[in-house]
Ligand binder design. Structure first.
Ligand SMILES: Nc1ncnc2c1ncn2[C@@H]1O[C@H](COP(=O)(O)OS(=O)(=O)O)[C@@H](OP(=O)(O)O)[C@H]1O
Ligand SMILES: Nc1ncnc2c1ncn2[C@@H]1O[C@H](COP(=O)(O)OP(=O)(O)O)[C@@H](O)[C@H]1O
Length: 309
């Protein structure tokens, strides 16, 4: 991933939002509460307890001291109800029976996590996947990175998943055959889904050349959670940029199956957003203006408020 121009000074502050306001109104309640938490195995000597002359206090039941401390940290509502039981005391979408899922057998759906809407309220935003797709060199990483910095400036909680980076770890066993690319996109789609379900504005930057693979990710997410951002940059410009010298190598036959040269790129037929390298007057569009276009979309569509979902 290239160094990105994360100067967000040119981005409209009204859209960016509310960090300053948050900083002002925020009381360090969590910090104070966490500071009160003592490790269970305190290295300090115990003080005598009520009515006991000297000696050490009896050990509390395991976990009870931690529970008391948690009570002082958590909002009352979180402790009012009895703790949600583990699986199946509420009806599960799959019933109480075990199912075979893919290659796994005896899988049961586990209910009872903290509700999504409550996480949205906590974060003051909606979780969403912003899926950047486009040729190598089209500016996916640059714009995603610029946008992430802008969102951060506005006090938003984000994650950025970039093709080059994820291929260093989670997907290091995958190459560039159509099957490997499919698995690459499937895995990252699932990771992005987990993030967005937990309220994170998740920026995903992969070539993702096959329509079917992108649509499969979209289909796994609730409506509105998948925002396809098509970097519609002509291959001639990408090749001219060629920051990693890969087009040159592909043209020389040193890389086989390079997207746009001897492997396909299937344009999205109806992406939520299309980002073009030149504006209507033919002027070059800088990454900050592209990031601004996406921010405006997020703002107008309500992704930057908790909403009711
Ligand atoms: N054969 C071939 N085709 C395309 N790209 C190639 C290839 N080999 C290596 N690279 C480099 O890998 C980056 C693309 O990885 P992705 O995970 O985004 O690809 S894909 O979505 O699975 O198609 C891509 O990064 P970006 O330039 O950032 O897109 C390239 O640097
Ligand atoms: N809007 C833009 N205007 C001019 N150059 C750009 C723009 N966006 C990206 N670039 C440049 O194009 C090159 C490729 O961008 P990059 O973000 O690495 O693309 P990708 O992640 O799609 O491969 C980089 O050298 C980057 O600085």
């Amino acid at each position: 991933m290239p160094e990105c121009p994360h100067s967000v000074s040119k981005i409209d502050r009204n859209v960016l939002g509310r960090e300053q306001e948050r900083q002002r109104s925020r009381k360090p309640r969590e910090l104070a509460a966490v500071a009160r938490l003592r490790p269970t195995h305190s290295p300090q000597p115990r003080r005598p307890q009520h009515g006991r002359a000297g000696g050490s206090a009896p050990e509390a039941a395991p976990g009870s001291s931690m529970l008391r401390q948690l009570r002082s940290v958590l909002p009352a509502a979180a402790l009012r109800d009895p703790p949600l039981p583990c699986a199946f005391s509420r009806p599960s979408p799959m019933g109480a029976t075990a199912y075979d899922v893919g290659s796994s057998t005896n899988i049961k759906w586990h209910e009872g996590g903290v509700e999504r809407a409550s996480k949205h309220r906590l974060l003051g935003q909606r979780g969403v996947v912003l899926w950047f797709t486009g040729l190598s060199g089209s500016g996916k990483s640059t714009v995603a990175c610029t946008l992430e910095h802008a969102l951060r400036e506005g006090g938003r909680f984000t994650a950025l998943l970039d093709g080059d980076n994820v291929r260093h770890g989670l997907n290091s066993n995958l190459g560039f055959s159509p099957q490997d690319r499919e698995e690459n996109i499937r895995r990252i789609g699932e990771v992005a889904k987990l993030f967005s379900e937990n309220g994170v504005i998740t920026l995903v930057s992969f070539i993702s050349p096959y329509r079917r693979d992108r649509d499969a990710v979209r289909a796994r997410l609730p409506p509105g959670d998948f925002v396809e951002v098509f970097m519609k940059v002509p291959i001639e410009l990408c090749e001219e940029r060629d920051p990693k010298g890969l087009y040159k190598k592909a043209r020389a036959g040193q890389i086989k199956g390079f997207t746009g040269i001897d492997a396909p790129y299937e344009e999205p037929p109806s992406p939520e957003l299309t980002i073009q390298a030149r504006d209507g007057a033919g002027a070059h569009v800088p990454p900050q203006a592209m990031a601004q276009q996406i921010l405006t979309f997020l703002h107008e569509k309500g992704y930057l408020t908790a909403g009711s979902s």
